[in-house]
Write a protein that binds this ligand. Structure first.
Ligand SMILES: *Cc1c(COP(=O)(O)O)cnc(C)c1O
Length: 375
């Protein structure tokens, strides 16, 4: 009996994505071992954060790095850092109240591309800032960005997603404009691994802070996030972060998460180049499994929904000839034994994402699909 059996909670085969609602990712043994080691001793937590940050910066070719309790917390802390710097009197005034906004000393606006918004707005807004949106469905001009910058601008945010980039001021240009006005540029790349080069690509372009979810592509602790960037802003992030009793106090990071994320980044950099081949083989496997079933067609879908350069398997069903709808198939996969969670795609298809599948699970998914389709 495992811990989940004891609790009466079913385990799930995740062929969907590194979704927080399913537990994000599965940590490799090296990461779990590092966390167990870390759990056995007391340490000075500020000194550990600093030392782990140095190692993470070195590994990811950055000036500085920090472990947050997730990429959403990283959004909050980096917004706070852009407002306060190392000024203790500003730090204790966060989150900004409505009366605070008029104070010339506190920056209170964040610029975002209207077509670059994601579901994580609140992580930025909880600092009390307001969004200033730029761009429309036809794109965004550099002039529009420049005109949006005022003395109140705390930062320019990009929510990285290659499939929307064509609607934005290109990174290099946005960074150049922001720099001219002394405005930091923050890139939320939480789900942008692969490719591994993103760990340094944005900062090499001149972005001041970039964050990644520790529990998505990196396969680190689910409640961890990696922030990389300039020493100046990383210091200001730590200044707002735990254990200091200010805006980041509720975003605690344990010694186990710090050490675990470091082990995960090492593991990821060592193995990242091998993942692509595994995903390609999965597409070929499903194509072969259903090659002689005319009601089922298998395609290679590329890139991922977040625009990541990785293939997924798309399977489309001829619902009328099979006598079952796509949604009924998804329902039976979820309710059956074992429970399988994959994403719907289009009107009559599903997508299988190799990023979260463990060895042997593609075979289980193919077998369950055949049972459900009675083929
Ligand atoms: C997942 C995600 C986040 C949040 O990351 P957590 O590590 O789960 O807090 C933030 N931004 C984007 C774009 C994401 O995909």
């Amino acid at each position: 009996m495992n811990v989940y059996d004891e609790l009466g909670i079913r385990t799930i085969i995740n062929g969907n994505a590194t979704l927080t609602r399913l537990g994000g990712s599965i940590m490799p043994a090296e990461v779990v071992a590092a966390m167990v080691e870390a759990s056995k001793h007391f340490v000075d937590i500020i000194a550990l954060q600093k030392r782990v940050g140095e190692e993470l910066a070195r590994l990811t070719r950055n000036e500085a790095a920090y472990v947050s309790c997730g990429a959403a917390a990283a959004l909050t802390l980096s917004t706070a850092a852009c407002i306060t710097g190392l000024d203790a009197s500003k730090r204790e005034r966060l989150p900004l109240g409505s009366g605070e906004r008029n104070l010339a000393t506190m920056k209170s606006e964040v610029i975002v591309h209207r077509y670059g918004r994601v579901g994580y707005d609140f992580a930025v807004r909880q600092v009390g800032v307001t969004f200033v949106e730029i761009g429309d469905e036809n794109g965004t001009s550099p002039d529009e960005l420049e005109a949006a910058i005022t003395a109140r601008t705390a930062a320019l945010f990009y929510f990285a997603n290659p499939s929307r980039e064509h609607l934005w001021v290109p990174y290099e240009e946005g960074i150049a404009i922001a720099k001219r006005h002394g405005v930091p540029v923050i890139v939320d790349a939480a789900a942008q691994l692969p490719p591994k080069e993103n760990l340094w690509r944005f900062t090499e372009m001149g972005a001041d802070v970039v964050m990644f979810s520790g529990g998505k592509g990196l396969c680190g602790p689910q409640s961890s996030g990696l922030i990389v960037g300039t020493q100046q802003l990383i210091d200001a992030i730590a200044f707002n972060g735990p254990p200091h009793p200010f805006i980041g106090r509720g975003m605690k990071v344990g010694k186990e998460e710090m050490v675990g994320l470091l082990a995960a980044v090492k593991w990821y950099l060592k193995h990242a180049d091998t993942f692509q081949q595994v995903y390609e083989e999965q597409v070929v496997y499903f194509a072969q499994e259903f090659a002689d079933v005319p009601e089922v067609t298998v395609h290679r879908s590329f890139p991922s929904e977040a625009g990541q350069p990785m293939p997924r398997t798309e399977i489309r069903f001829d619902e009328s000839r099979l006598g079952i709808t796509r949604d009924a198939i998804l329902h039976k996969l979820a309710e059956g034994e074992p429970s399988i969670d994959i994403a719907g795609a289009g009107a009559n298809g599903v997508l299988i994402n190799g990023q979260t599948l463990m060895p042997g699970e593609v075979e289980i998914i193919a077998r369950r699909l055949k049972e459900i389709l009675k083929i």
